[in-house]
Design a protein around this ligand. Structure first.
Ligand code: DAT
Ligand code: MG
Length: 139
């Protein structure tokens, strides 16, 4: 059974370019509720920990450098079928392949600087939510 929560981050490029409001507007228009949110800056070590599954990939160092280059906005989002529906709302990893109307189509600059994160499974959504938010923050 699919869960009702997912974890997103507005990535440094989108925060730096004043797209926080535009992205949250698309999230809310898509039927998601923001149940937890904060602004923070990851250290390269924490970015590396978050993306540990990608550590053997050629883009890992670049990814950790980018994700720690400026503030991010992690959020927990709630909606029925949240993980799959949010992946659909954000679009493909590569903005050149992202569908019209998706967040990445509108705000991503490249495959690396692609504006937002979205969890890829219910299990990872729970792990990633606990990575950013304490129990009292994710009620
Ligand atoms: P997604 O964020 O769509 O789940 P992913 O999990 O495959 O994509 O990769 C995690 C992040 O790593 C992705 O959002 C941006 C970066 N990335 C992925 N593929 C890349 C590539 N070929 N070149 C540069 N960065 C890449
Ligand atoms: Mg992923």
């Amino acid at each position: 059974m699919s869960g009702n929560r997912t974890l997103t981050m507005i990535k440094p490029n989108a925060v730096a370019n004043n797209h926080i409001g535009g992205i949250i507007a698309m999230i809310e228009a898509g039927g998601f509720k923001v149940v937890a949110m904060k602004k923070m800056k990851l250290s390269p070590e924490l970015a590396g920990k978050f993306y540990e599954v990608h550590k053997e990939r050629p883009f890992y160092d670049e990814l950790c450098e980018f994700m720690s280059s400026g503030p991010i906005i992690p959020m927990i989002l709630e909606k029925e079928n949240a993980v799959a529906d949010y992946r659909e709302l954000i679009g493909s990893t590569d903005p050149a392949e992202a569908a019209e109307g998706t967040i990445r189509k509108k705000y991503a600059k490249s495959k690396g600087e692609n504006a937002v994160h979205g969890s890829d499974s219910d299990e990872n959504a729970a792990l990633e939510s606990a990575f950013f938010f304490s129990e009292t923050e994710r009620f």
